[in-house]
Write a protein that binds this ligand. Structure first.
Ligand code: C2E
Ligand code: MG
Ligand code: MG
Ligand code: MG
Length: 289
């Protein structure tokens, strides 16, 4: 019986492997058509200025509305896009769409777009950005590019040249998921970042007694301040986390405590109505969420 059970499990296991590979190559085929079929969307998560509790801008987050499977997470399809090279076309679509949507919002509102390391090493990137901004009639300072530490893995002249070109255009640069990569401080010296985004893994659990995360958040924030950079705390979900990142001086806050990523119509509406007042004021005066 043990043998049968073992064989049975093995059988299932190999079936799962087979279907995982199948599923992936099917998704790969489907992804090729996602842009032309209009299945990609950008959703916009508010980024809140700590001092005023007003929306400073949005982070654009890709969503794929698959005709059979519904919404597919970028965590699942961005790696496929990167492996197949489709990331170049998808990334360009995201930049153009974000610029188009920015044009409909007040000039004080910024929008951040995530840029894959593979886009960052594409010499065409500055041209694509310049053209997207010009076509939409949007000022470069309203567009922020989010880049992860992994762009520094190929530490070559291309990286420096790309930073110089992007700075020349006048777009803002944010260092995304800070603290999760190899986090050398060396590149903060030279790379022209305007903002450091503190990864949500530091925010999560930071309020647990004895956690070292609070000390890490405080150090990143004061380092950023010394260097003249903003900081966004990512993934703030609870009032305790909100109090903590405020106390440690993060200039901006992003997370479900304020808002999840919204579709464009909802994001536009939120600019008109403002955030719900729930997080405002001292802790004791807040209504429960
Ligand atoms: P990211 O750039 O670090 O984006 C933040 C992620 O955290 C988003 O997940 C967002 O929905 C999620 N998030 C925000 N607030 C909270 C919170 O309070 N709690 C929790 N648990 N999560 C929160 P999402 O939208 O699933 O995106 C995942 C990743 O996919 C992004 O991480 C980014 O690396 C990548 N991605 C998304 N859009 C694009 C894109 O247009 N281009 C590229 N290259 N990558 C993208
Ligand atoms: Mg990001
Ligand atoms: Mg991030
Ligand atoms: Mg991330």
């Amino acid at each position: 019986a043990a043998k049968d059970g073992g064989r049975g499990r093995f059988h299932f296991y190999s079936n799962d492997l087979h279907s995982a590979a199948e599923e992936r190559s099917q998704l790969e085929r489907d992804l090729r058509e996602a842009i032309s079929e209009g299945q990609l969307e950008l959703h916009y998560q508010p980024v809140v200025q700590t001092a005023t509790e007003r929306i400073a801008g949005f982070e654009a987050l890709l969503r794929w509305k698959h005709p059979q499977h519904g919404y597919i997470s970028p965590a699942k399809f961005i790696p496929i896009a990167e492996d197949t090279g489709l990331i170049q076309a998808i990334g360009e679509w995201a930049i153009r769409t974000a610029c188009h949507d920015l044009a409909s919002w007040p000039k004080s509102i910024r929008c951040a777009v995530n840029v894959s390391p593979l886009q960052f090493s594409n010499e065409q990137l500055p041209t694509i950005i310049t053209s997207a901004l010009a076509q939409a009639g949007v000022a470069p300072t309203r567009l922020e590019l989010e880049i992860t530490e992994s762009v520094f893995l190929n530490d070559d002249e291309g990286t420096d040249a790309m930073f110089a070109a992007l700075s020349g255009i006048g777009v803002r640069l944010a260092l995304d998921d800070f603290g999760t990569g190899y986090s050398s401080l060396g590149y903060l010296k030279t790379a022209p970042f305007n903002k450091i985004k503190i990864d949500q893994s530091f925010v999560r659990g930071a309020t647990v007694p004895g956690s070292r995360n609070g000390a890490i958040i405080a150090s990143i924030t004061s380092l950023a301040q010394e260097l003249g950079m903003d900081t966004t705390a990512e993934g703030v979900e609870t009032l305790d986390e909100l109090d903590l990142v405020r106390m440690h001086g993060c200039s901006h806050i992003q997370g479900y405590i304020y808002e999840k990523p919204l579709n464009k119509a909802e994001a536009t509406k939120r600019l008109e109505t403002g955030l719900t007042a729930i997080a405002r004021g001292p802790k004791s005066a807040r209504a429960p969420r």
